[in-house]
Design a protein around this ligand. Structure first.
Ligand SMILES: Cc1ncc(COP(=O)(O)O)c(C=O)c1O
Length: 345
């Protein structure tokens, strides 16, 4: 008899972007090539010995106060997490019972499905249309929970607000909009929280704030849903240093806006360059691009780039295997990458 739960034994587990040793240009996990705000680094210097000796605030009180101000959401409508992945764990734990259904689109961020699997819930995958727009079936599904990144992961697609409103209006249960990349898109569903009590909006400090290594994310919703998340979260889920540093980074909106603008400009430059090489590039509102080479095998190109010191992401799934996802780096990194692709190195 196995010592492991059947569901866990049968599942594959989430496969994150690789973090290998060595000096690679890392364009495989949508990390930010710029340093975090100098104010965040200054806050790091202020992390005193007590922050190591004592437990941190279990509900990240000061960080949530700052987040409430910056996001324009009441304090009791916010939970903080060890990255937004931790928020998804809270969502799945508190909403899905064994046998319940999670609805997601395909392709998208696959961690949601992995977490549902752990919970013993089933996942309905709704294939996006050819142009990556939402399919009717996703609106019509009566799943207890729907999770949708906006902009979408892997494709970069920005779904219009009318779609989000329709999802909230038609849902039988809770709708989660994962706004990991929202600052790059410049739009947000946060204002809809006042109107829809079944809506959860998540944010992360990993992408636009250059703090992937600190692991900080937020979930925002109506107080009763946030109360449920608080009950199921790990007790001290966010360490003291991350709480301090994230609050300082959040406050420095001017710095964040600057690096977001730079990345958007570099993304648009890179998209034009790829298109001029004959690649088919999906319109992206995130800090990454999904593109299909005119010729050649995507997996082989990825392997060649790795030999040249560039890590990019390939997903071996039916709709993504002929494409490559490039995270956006500095202009110099992307110019060199274009040279490598031109020379087929
Ligand atoms: C759509 C989406 N949501 C969430 C995450 C993870 O965010 P965090 O680092 O806050 O756990 C990612 C990471 O790539 C992502 O693509």
């Amino acid at each position: 008899m196995s010592r492991i739960r059947k569901t866990v034994e049968a599942m594959q587990g989430y496969v994150p972007g690789r973090q290998p040793e060595g000096s690679f240009v890392k364009l495989n996990a949508n990390e930010n090539p710029y340093p975090p705000s100098p104010k965040a680094l200054e806050a790091l210097g202020n992390v005193g010995a007590n922050s190591f000796r004592l437990y941190p605030s279990s509900t990240a009180v000061n960080l949530r106060k700052t987040a409430a101000e910056i996001f324009g959401v009441p304090f009791d409508c916010i939970v903080a997490g060890n990255g937004s992945d931790d928020i998804f764990t809270m969502i799945i734990r508190s909403i899905l019972d064994e046998g319940d259904t999670l609805a997601v689109v395909d392709p998208t961020y696959t961690l949601y499905e992995t977490l549902a699997e752990i919970q013993g819930a089933r996942t309905e995958r709704h294939p996006l249309k050819e142009d990556y727009a939402l399919p009717e079936s996703f609106f019509e599904s009566d799943a207890k929970l729907k999770i949708l990144p906006n902009p979408n992961a892997q494709t970069g697609t920005l779904f219009p607000e009318a779609d989000i409103i329709r999802l909230c209006e038609s849902a039988q249960g809770v709708v989660v909009i994962d706004e990991a990349y929202a600052l790059f898109a410049g739009t947000s569903s946060l204002p809809l929280l006042k109107r829809f009590k079944n809506l959860v909006v998540t944010r992360t400090m990993s992408k636009s704030h250059s703090l992937a290594g600190m692991r900080v994310g937020f979930g925002m919703s109506s107080p009763d849903i946030i109360d449920a998340f608080m009950k199921v979260k790990d007790s001290y889920n966010l360490n003291a240093a991350s709480q301090l540093i994230a609050a300082a980074a959040l406050k420095d909106e001017e710095y964040t806006a600057g690096i977001v603008k730079a990345l958007n400009e570099t993304r648009d430059f890179f998209a034009r360059e790829l298109a001029s090489l004959g690649w088919q590039v999906a319109p992206s509102a995130g800090n990454f691009l999904l593109a299909r080479p005119e010729k050649g095998n995507a997996a082989e190109i990825v392997a060649r780039l790795e030999k040249a010191g560039y890590l990019v992401r390939h997903f071996d799934t039916p709709r993504l295997k002929d494409k490559i996802r490039f995270s956006i780096g500095t202009p110099e990194q992307m110019e060199r990458l274009i040279e490598l692709l031109k020379n087929n190195e």
